[in-house]
Design a protein around this ligand. Structure first.
Ligand SMILES: [Zn+2]
Length: 146
């Protein structure tokens, strides 16, 4: 299991402080489990896995912008996949050794520290960055562009 801490890896606080009790009341149990306990939604069950709606994906806990639909692609992996975040500093990356010896790179919201998913590189997808940002649907809110 991943530990979602109130501070960044460098020890400084996230700009948005999450009120855990409040957020837990606000969200469904799975969203809370993923965002604040580092859980994972079951593959191919997420609401945004194959969504092609044009818009902006925001953090479900703090509503900061994380991804845009123009970097979303069909990876076939069962979770929404992007090839880049909105901005490099929209997210924070951490080393995740929970499946050791396999070491993965965990992706968290840079604004509130909530767990979003993982990023993988060099898998050969035909995308500009050769990265797959594998993000849980329940960690996101899609704001469709009209
Ligand atoms: Zn957030």
């Amino acid at each position: 299991m991943i530990e979602v801490t109130p501070n960044k890896p460098d020890g400084s606080a996230y700009p948005v402080k999450i009120d855990e009790a409040q957020l837990q009341k606000q969200l469904d149990p799975l969203s809370y489990e993923v965002l604040r306990k580092g859980g994972t939604e079951v593959a191919f069950t997420g609401e945004y896995t194959d969504t092609e709606t044009i818009g902006v994906y925001k953090c479900k806990a703090c509503h900061s912008e994380l991804f845009r639909s123009d970097t979303k692609f069909h990876s076939g992996c069962g979770w929404p996949s992007f090839y880049a975040p909105t901005k490099d500093d929209a997210v924070i990356l951490l080393e995740d050794r929970s499946l050791a010896p396999r070491i993965r790179t965990e992706v968290r919201c840079a604004n509130c520290g909530s767990h979003l998913g993982h990023v993988f590189e060099g898998e050969g997808y035909a995308v500009p960055t050769d990265q797959r940002w594998c993000i849980n649907s329940v960690a996101l809110v899609l704001e469709a562009k009209n």
